[in-house]
Each structure stands twice: as C-alpha cells, then as structure tokens.
Write a protein that binds this ligand. Structure first.
Ligand code: PEP
Length: 255
C-alpha cells in the first residue's frame, strides 16, 4: 500500500496576519510542483488571509486547534464550523504544547477529533512521550493508551481519514531529533495499534507522520522510512527556504 507524503507546517503562535501573508508569498515563490500534500497551519488570526493567498496553489490550510461544539458560551474558543467556512481543511488536535500548557486531556482530544470529523475537517492528531516516559521504557504503553483513548468511539471509516503525528515531546523545538530508527519504530507501533483497534487495512490507509526538529538536513533519512508518511514541522516551517526544500526532498522519495 503506498501513501503519498504529507508535509505539514505548524507555525504555532508565530506570525501576525501581515507577516503570515509575507511568508506565504515567499513560500509560493519557491514552491516546487509536487504530488505530495503540503499543509500550513498558521495561528487563527492569519487563517483567512492564508486561505485566500493559497487558492490556486498546492498549499492547503490547517488550524492548530478547534472546539467540539458548533457555537455557544465558550469564550476564547473557535468552532470547527468557523474553520470550515473560511476554507480550512485540516486541524491539529492534541499537540503536546496544548496537553502540557492548556490542560488538554485524552478526553477533550477525543471530543475535538469527533467534532472536526463531523464537520469534514481532517484532524492531525498528535501523540508522543516525554523524556521521562522514554527513559523509563514506557513509550509504547503511553502511545497505545493515547491512541486508544483519543480514538474512543471513532469509526474505522473516520480513522482512515485521520493523520496521526508521532511527536516525541523531548524532540519538539529542542533541536534533538529522534533517530530515523527510533521514529520508525514508534510510527510502525502506531500502525500496529491501529491494526489491533480497527483492522490491518485501516492501519495501512492511515497516514502517520513524524514531528520533532525535522529540517532540511534530516528530512531525507526520516521520510525514507517505510512507516513515516511525512512530517509535522515547527521551526523549519517558518523559513520559506527550509520548508520548500523539505517538500523538494519529499518529491524524490519513492513510497
Ligand atoms: C511541532 O511543533 O509540532 C514541532 C514538531 O516543532 P519543531 O519542528 O520545531 O520541533
């Protein structure tokens, strides 16, 4: 089963709307043609502008979170309907920064996933272990628990639509990348877990990305691994040269 590569940029809380417009214009100037998917996830305030500027290009747009209700008394939240209406297609859910700093739990991740899927958004679900968990030898137990709880009551058809990003917390924004072998081992384990929870066929269809200090220097090795279907990229996604280079690298990897 071959899965096309997905290169997704998480801009986190960076770029005002005008700065985002400038970055998208720079990216567009350097953008290679590609059969692979290329997604950018700017902050909420820049989404509409980036959607507008990305029309008629291969760039697709994602948000960095969404609430589980369509509307209501949830001050500070953004609903999946609001994202859908402005042309957003993807949404990152359960990023470790949200789990660590904003009290996101597997239960709220599960609710957000279901809502995003109901509104036709493709979730990019993030899972990953802390350094402590890795050093204690509990990585696989944690990943299995996260996946099982995050996907509770999500159907096989919906699971196949998901993008799952394996993001070891110790590798995010630290410059410490997991080795290609470490990343492959856990991406394969995620697939095996999906196979147990759903079916082999579902596991083969679902995209599993790696995220954690991926850049133009280590992308080739990571993306060449059989179970790594792409990258969720933070720091390097803020530089037009780096992110377009990673997309070029992905073009030369046969899957
Ligand atoms: C991320 O934020 O999802 C991420 C992987 O960041 P970085 O590439 O900067 O480690």
């Amino acid at each position: 089963m071959s899965r096309n590569i997905i290169i997704a940029g998480n801009w986190k809380m960076n770029k005002t709307s005008s700065e985002a417009a400038k970055l998208i214009k720079e990216i567009k100037e350097k953008l290679p043609t590609s059969e692979n998917k290329f997604i950018v996830c700017p902050p909420f305030t820049a989404l509409e502008k980036v959607c507008e500027l990305s029309k008629e290009s291969i760039i697709e747009v994602g948000a960095q979170n969404c609430h589980w209700e369509e509307k209501g008394a949830f001050t500070g939240e953004i609903s999946p309907l609001m994202l859908k209406e402005i042309g957003v297609k993807y949404v990152i859910i359960g990023h470790s920064e949200r789990r660590t700093y904003f009290g996101e739990t597997d239960e709220t991740v599960n609710k957000r996933l279901k809502a995003a899927l109901n509104y036709g958004l493709t979730p990019i679900l993030c899972v990953g272990e802390s350094l402590e968990t890795r050093e204690a030898g509990n990585t696989k137990t944690l990943i299995k628990n996260q996946i099982t709880q995050d996907l509770k009551d999500i159907s096989k058809t919906d699971c196949e639509k998901l993008i799952i990003a394996y993001e070891p917390v110790w590798a995010i924004g630290t410059g410490k990348t997991a080795t290609a072998e470490q990343a492959e081992e856990i991406c394969l384990f995620i697939r095996e877990t999906l196979s147990e929870l759903y079916s082999k066929d579902c596991a083969e269809k679902t995209h599993v990305l790696y995220g954690g200090s991926m850049n133009e220097k280590n992308a080739k090795e990571l993306l060449s691994m059989p179970n790594i279907d792409g990258g969720l990229i933070g720091g390097a996604a803020l530089k037009a040269d780096s992110i377009t280079e990673i997309l070029k690298i992905s073009n030369n990897i046969a899957k």
